[in-house]
Design a protein around this ligand. Structure first.
Ligand code: ADP
Length: 387
């Protein structure tokens, strides 16, 4: 049995796999405010979640001392063989997922300044699991690793070269999702699998990745998870002049600015209504419609940019919560990509595909479900058996 842990800033998501089969999944969210746990079994049926007790955890890593004993009971006689973790930042050196050692943890600690909101939680979860069961193999799976194949020219900001060498560069994220999609393309979209494909991971976090023969050559996310597309609460592309203006002339503190860019912008900021596309699409509020329009406009604009990086395009894949479920969003983005040769099949799109482009369309479009946890489970199994 392989366990998968995704420790976020205020939530911890978990899953347990037997080979390719997910036996249990769930999450604890509201950590630091009102923590609540939920869990489901392999057919989606609700399970009694871990009991958070009278002194509930306030951080994701504090969930593990409750979660692991709970999982032991729920998994019956099945032994937990290893734990895999999603780690947001692997830096320049970690181009592959790795088995956790004290040395690796030390190196990953030095990357905290690159991802201060996420990396500490990822690492704290690994350390806590190590304290609870030092013999349990653990594997770190990096969100950045998949993009290390992008050429230097795609990773550079036009800043002094020393900064690039120090690590101020475009890393790209959502790598586990793109790696999963790349792995299933030959089976699910064989005609485009080895061609030029833009994958649109549109969830609460959103980004695009340019794949050439299933290898990442560019992405819309850069140094942090703020860059590129507007997201549910994050701003996406922003002129750095705006940041300087807010700091110098609006007297904003760094903390207030961080809160603005990560938690009060994007769809929530633009609409003033909700961060969730389900609410925005159901709303008649003018600002909600405008927020969705900005999202679709920016998505199409960035698809154009990645098409230039790929020197043409053979297919587009929509994935993640919005990409898999929001037909009107896919329709709007696809309409804006007609000039590229994409002809949407409206009724296939309403049925969520998988193929949503017309038979004669020069650019094919698909809806494919992503599974980052499955990717982590596969790597964790492989890396914990080898050593
Ligand atoms: P995360 O980035 O947190 O993993 P997901 O990929 O699960 O998020 O995407 C979650 C988002 O997907 C929700 O906030 C919601 O906006 C959107 N979503 C989910 N289901 C639907 C749906 N049926 N229609 C429109 N949007 C949806």
């Amino acid at each position: 049995m392989i366990g998968v842990i995704n420790a976020g800033s205020s939530s911890l998501k978990f899953a347990f796999y037997e080979r390719e089969r997910r036996i249990i999944s769930g999450q604890v969210d509201g950590l630091g405010s009102q923590p609540a746990a939920k869990a489901s079994g392999q057919d989606g049926e609700a399970l009694e979640p871990p009991n958070l007790g009278r002194k509930p955890p306030t951080t994701p890593s504090e969930v593990l001392p409750v979660l692991l004993p709970w999982a032991k009971v729920m998994l019956g006689g099945r032994r937990l063989a290893a734990l895999g973790h999603r780690v947001v930042q692997g830096g320049v050196r970690h181009t592959r997922h790795e088995r956790v050692t004290p040395e690796l943890l030390g190196q990953l600690e030095t990357l905290v300044p690159l991802a201060p909101l996420h990396q500490p939680h990822n690492l704290a979860a690994i350390r806590t699991a190590m304290e609870i069961n030092p013999a349990l193999p653990q594997v770190a799976c990096f969100d950045t690793a998949f993009h290390r194949t992008a050429p230097e020219v795609a990773q550079a900001f036009a800043l002094p070269r020393e900064l690039f060498d120090e690590g101020v560069r475009r890393y790209g994220f959502h790598g586990l999702s793109y790696e999963y999609i790349a792995s299933v393309l030959p089976e699910q979209a064989p005609k485009i699998a080895d061609g030029r494909v833009v994958v649109a991971h549109l969830g609460n976090g959103a980004s695009l990745c340019a794949l050439r023969a299933r290898t990442s050559i560019a992405s819309t996310m850069g140094f942090s998870v703020l860059d590129g597309l507007p997201m549910s609460t994050r701003c996406g592309d922003l002129d750095p002049g705006v940041v300087l203006h807010l700091l110098k002339h609006k007297g904003m503190s760094v903390e207030a600015l961080e809160d603005l860019l990560y938690r009060r912008s994007g769809m929530l900021g633009l609409s003033g209504v909700s961060a969730d596309f389900r609410d925005l699409l159901a709303s008649h509020d003018r600002r909600a419609r405008f927020a969705v329009e900005v999202f679709c406009y920016q998505s199409a604009r960035h698809i154009g940019s990645l098409t230039a990086a790929l020197n043409g395009i053979d297919g587009i894949v929509f994935t993640a919560g919005v990409g898999e479920n929001a037909a009107p969003v896919r329709a709007s983005i696809s309409q804006r990509c007609r000039w590229l040769g994409l002809e949407l099949d409206e009724s296939a799109n309403r049925r969520h595909g998988p193929l949503i482009s017309k038979a004669g369309s020069r650019v094919a479009a698909y809806v494919i479900s992503t599974d980052e946890n499955m990717m982590i489970a596969c790597h964790t199994r492989a890396l914990s058996i080898v050593k």
